[in-house]
Design a binder for this molecule. Structure first.
Ligand code: BG6
Length: 489
């Protein structure tokens, strides 16, 4: 693995503590960090190398799936960590940082391979990128990479604006946009499901598939994020990024070549084929909801408008369901239903591919228990890929039909977390599971009429009781096509 200097903006923040340091540690334990690896943590707080290391150690104890039990390896790991106070807006601070970084690179006799990780609000991206460029930090004699987190823009226009600014300092192939759903182990295994199974490849078309359901339900509410969430809603927080990424990953065909270029090219093609909806027509295929009071696992919870920090008159969406169509030869006529929401009955992210009903024979009676074949890809909290098929129980008069689920790829007990996969990939320069600008732009393009329709109140905001599966209109959306959401308990 190539020597790397990891330059971490927002080093004292919550995401770094909960996700990034534990992910780096797990990679270290698995021997997946470069031998020559240094992390420069940057923040406004007056920390020292020592206090930074203590904080990192604590975060490993609290959040690493490996529990950081081995004190020796924790100590060895944090030795690679250094801290610098940096004011994001002061170019001078970047020059000082450059000296430190160069000093370390010389000490280790390594090329200047620099990975800049921006775990800060998007309002700082532009200033940071410009200062990296101006200070010389970005003039590496090795490679340079920029890793950024969502949100990538607030709408189509701001996303384009942001991208234009970033691209003044970094080329597209140097930008790694994290969508942590693409790092989830089951999502990463989806391509191999098609590639290694001719059976799946053959079935992956509108000839055999009736509809696809992509669901990400959460039982938590807005939590302590009112200030952020009330401005974005489910549509920007989950739909524009995670949900559309899952749609792309489901709809691509990858029979042979799964290079990063090919995967991203195919995903772009899917987005280009997605039928655009006019603002005036959004209400026919998109449902928006907001949770009202109810109960989650027996515990009463307040409605969204009564949450701390939320104005009682808030029109923000905490639920969205949509029916999308892909206009290409593979998928024409197959509805893709997507839904995501807060304060739902359960935490569950899954993709259900429903196959067309078998040709009915006079001797097959539906009441005998024949169900459609279903491919169920459970992404979280459990991980599994199962196929539901019909069998017939032995018995007098031929017995009854009964669906059974075949486990195609059971989850691993200790599978790596999304951030581990993604940071490992970024260190290796593998951009397959990062969002390319084309995908991001096309996603915003698709979502923009929805944002406009919501803004202008062209779509009713439907209340739904906390602890349910959302407004009844979300069921009606599928019922219109003769379908229903699978596995709502
Ligand atoms: C984040 C959203 O991107 O994803 C959160 O900002 C949401 O609102 C989270 O809770 C869900 O992620 P996961 O991995 O728990 O499904």
């Amino acid at each position: 693995m190539e020597p790397t200097t990891f330059i971490m903006f927002g080093a004292t923040g919550d995401l770094a503590k909960r996700k990034i340091y534990p992910a780096l540690y797990n990679l270290y334990v698995d021997g997946k960090l470069p031998q020559a690896f240094t992390l420069f943590g940057l923040g406004r707080r007056e920390w020292t190398d020592e206090s930074f290391r203590i904080n990192v150690e604590q975060s490993l104890h609290q959040f690493s799936r490996r529990g950081a039990k081995d004190a020796e390896s924790v100590k060895a790991f944090v030795r690679a960590f250094r801290y610098s106070v940096l004011d994001i807006g002061r170019e001078d601070d970047y020059r000082k940082l450059l000296k430190l970084v160069e000093g370390r690179e010389n000490e280790l006799s390594i090329p200047s391979n620099r990975l800049f990780y921006l775990s800060v609000g998007p309002e700082y991206f532009e200033t940071i990128a410009a200062n990296i460029q101006a200070s010389g930090l970005g003039s590496a004699n090795g490679w340079k990479r920029l890793v950024i987190e969502k949100p990538f823009g607030h709408d189509l226009r701001s996303a384009r604006d942001l991208n234009r600014k970033l691209s003044q300092a970094f080329a597209e192939e140097e930008i790694y946009r994290i969508d942590h759903y693409l790092g989830k182990p089951v999502v990463q295994r989806m391509e191999s499901l098609q590639q290694t199974n001719p059976v799946m490849q053959a079935l992956w078309t509108n000839r055999y598939i009736s509809n696809v359901q992509i669901t990400a339900l959460e039982s938590v509410g807005v939590e302590e994020r009112a200030g952020y969430y009330d401005h974005v809603g489910a549509v920007r927080d989950m739909f524009q990024n995670h949900m559309l990424q899952l749609l792309m990953m489901t709809a691509i065909h990858l029979p042979h070549d799964s290079s990063s270029e090919k995967v991203r090219f195919k995903k772009k093609k899917v987005m280009e084929s997605l039928e655009l909806v006019q603002k005036e027509d959004v209400g026919a295929s998109v449902i928006r909801g907001q949770y009202s009071e109810g109960s989650i696992q027996g515990k009463p919870v307040v409605g969204y408008a009564s949450e701390p920090g939320i104005a009682p008159s808030s029109m923000n969406d905490t639920f969205i369901a949509a029916r999308l169509l892909i206009d290409n030869n593979d998928w024409r006529g197959v509805p893709f239903y997507i839904r995501t929401g807060k304060r739902m009955k359960e935490k569950s992210t899954k993709i259900v591919v429903e196959f067309k009903e078998p040709v009915k024979q006079p001797w097959m009676k539906i009441e005998e228990g024949i169900e459609p074949n279903l491919l169920v890809i459970e992404i979280g909290p459990e991980e599994s890929i199962t196929l539901q098929i019909n069998t017939k129980e032995p018995g007098p008069n031929g017995g009854r039909f009964k669906p059974i689920r075949i486990d195609l790829q059971a989850g691993q007990a200790d599978s790596p977390e999304a951030y581990e996969n993604l940071i490992g990939d970024a260190l290796n320069g593998d951009s397959t599971f990062f969002a390319h600008w084309d995908e991001v732009e096309l996603s915003w393009q698709w979502v923009q009429p929805i944002l406009d329709a919501f803004e202008e109140n062209l779509v009713p905001l439907l209340p739904y009781e906390a602890g349910t599966y959302g407004p009844a209109a979300s069921d009606a959306l599928l019922a219109k096509d003769g379908n229903h959401w699978w596995f709502d308990a």
